[in-house]
Design a protein around this ligand. Sequence first.
Ligand code: HEC
Length: 166
Amino acid sequence: MRSGDKLIAGLLGLVFVAAIGKGVYDAYHPIDDKGIPFYSTLSEAEQRKGADLYRDLSCRNCHVIWAVKNVMETVPAPSLDGIGSLRSEAWLYRYFSAKDPQTILPTRLKKKYTQPSYASLSEEKRRFLAKYFASLKVKDWYLQKTKAAEYKKLTGNVYMQQTQAK
Ligand code: HEC
């Protein structure tokens, strides 16, 4: 082989070894070692209070949070993990207080599956719900990765943050 060919063969070999290496690595590290991307900014006690409300109000009949879901239900409601990175506390308070939440967030689902109104809850509870869900954040690397994947799926193009700025 000429030295140029050797170089190319060598490079291909390297790529190949790297690919196998990555496959082996992924097989032994199926969970991204950046850790769980979801977290809450509230104290443990407040988080417990929020989780209790979430359970008592049967939000989990439709929603998933920390991957906890009522397994008997199959409502296609959005996961609430990291919702506080997408919606503000003020937005959430308005949403939970709305007589008809679909005027804020339109739905394509049948009425029985859509977000119910929680306007009849006490103001203190609605405020706490808003505070709790606003505290559920998603780490930026995961948000960007998810956005990029969704963007690619929807448009077929590579997501570039700069081009998204308005
Ligand atoms: C009957 C099923 C159901 C129940 C019960 C329910 N939700 Fe929802 N929720 C939905 C659906 C479906 C949506 C998406 C909007 C729509 O279709 O109305 C939604 C949307 C939301 C959103 C907005 C998500 C976004 O993308 O901005 C939040 C926040 C939310 N729900 C919180 C709650 C909380 C907190 C509870 C309990 C107090 C609750 N939901 C109970 C079905 C439900």
